[in-house]
Design a protein around this ligand. Structure first.
Ligand code: NAD
Length: 283
């Protein structure tokens, strides 16, 4: 029988726990979010981050900019937030307006406040098997989901499809650190089906609707769908042909309600953990 992995429930457990812990604090964790683009999805994501922060009792401040924002102004803001002892996490919603250099901005964030785990120091620590100040939220959420459902990773053949810095690569690294044998596939990979057919765990993060078909999945495989694809009717679907693949997989995440809620829960957890690290010995 196939188990549909309930990301909403797993995320709720994390959020409920954080809410209880936050109630006991005298000082509150604080997240600063910078939105400097016109993208409709980004606006929705930022509003959701703000809402979740406030629901947990965190302090939240969102800096919204129009196209007139300059690289220099953004750099100044990052320096101010780095220096501000009342801000624990800094998140720059990507992508930024095209005229802005996002990599320069990310590298200016104090790694100890890099709540998304995108700073090269945090990425480097992850790659070295060291503990980063924060781990990228979506990959962290994926591993938490697998652990919540007690899915053993040791020695398993895992394939991650998609090699972005925010999902694919860090997910492959985390799986490797968990002793899986990992293949990292991407748009130039040949014979994807041969590789997925051999996998015990398939994690797809491409943004290609229904890329993963039933005949690409080994019976009993675990299938994690990171993709978010908006259809013409406004409905969201993943990278996986869910209705057909769910009859073959042992575990599968739905879209929506799978990885998405875990990403936001892990962002909140990262904010809380950065707050604790910055207030060691004080609270
Ligand atoms: P990206 O565009 O940066 O990377 C996509 C990757 O997919 C690339 O590495 C590319 O090589 C690969 N790819 C594209 N077409 C392919 C194909 N036909 N075969 C094999 N590989 C192919 O995207 P991203 O930021 O990594 O996001 C990937 C997807 O995950 C998107 O749909 C995004 O919306 C979604 N996403 C979801 C969450 C969440 O919380 N659920 C978080 C981040 C991203």
């Amino acid at each position: 029988m196939t188990t549909i992995i309930d990301g909403k429930l797993c995320a709720k457990k994390i959020l409920d726990d954080l809410k209880q812990k936050t109630k006991k604090l005298q000082k509150k964790p604080a997240l600063a979010v910078i939105l400097a683009n016109d993208d409709a999805s980004s606006k929705v994501y930022v509003a959701s981050k703000e809402k979740h922060s406030l629901d947990l009792g965190f302090d939240s401040c969102v800096y919204r900019f129009d196209k007139s924002i300059t690289q220099g102004e953004l750099i100044k803001l990052i320096h101010e937030l780095n220096e501000n002892p009342n801000i624990n996490g800094i998140l720059v919603q990507l992508p930024l307006f095209k005229h802005l250099n996002s990599q320069e901005i990310i590298e200016l964030i104090n790694p100890k406040k890099d709540v998304d785990g995108f700073h090269p120091i945090n990425v480097g620590k992850l790659n070295c098997g060291l503990e980063p100040y924060a781990i990228c939220c979506t990959p962290k959420g994926i591993i938490k989901l697998l652990k919540e459902y007690k899915i053993n990773l040791t020695g398993k053949n895992a394939i991650v499809i998609g090699r972005s810095n925010i999902v694919g690569k860090p997910t492959a690294t985390l799986l490797t650190n968990e002793n899986a044998t990992v293949t990292l596939a991407h748009s130039k990979t040949k014979n994807l089906k041969e590789l997925t057919k051999n996998a015990d765990i398939i994690i797809s993060a491409t943004g290609v609707a229904k890329l993963i078909k039933a005949d690409m999945v080994k019976k009993g495989a675990v299938v994690i769908d990171v993709g978010i694809n908006k259809q013409a009717n406004g409905k969201l679907i993943g990278d996986v042909d869910f209705e057909k693949v769910k009859n073959i997989a042992s575990y599968i995440t739905p879209v929506p309600g799978g990885v998405g809620p875990m990403t936001i829960a892990c962002l909140m957890e990262n904010t809380y953990e950065l707050f604790l690290a910055q207030n060691k010995g004080i609270i």
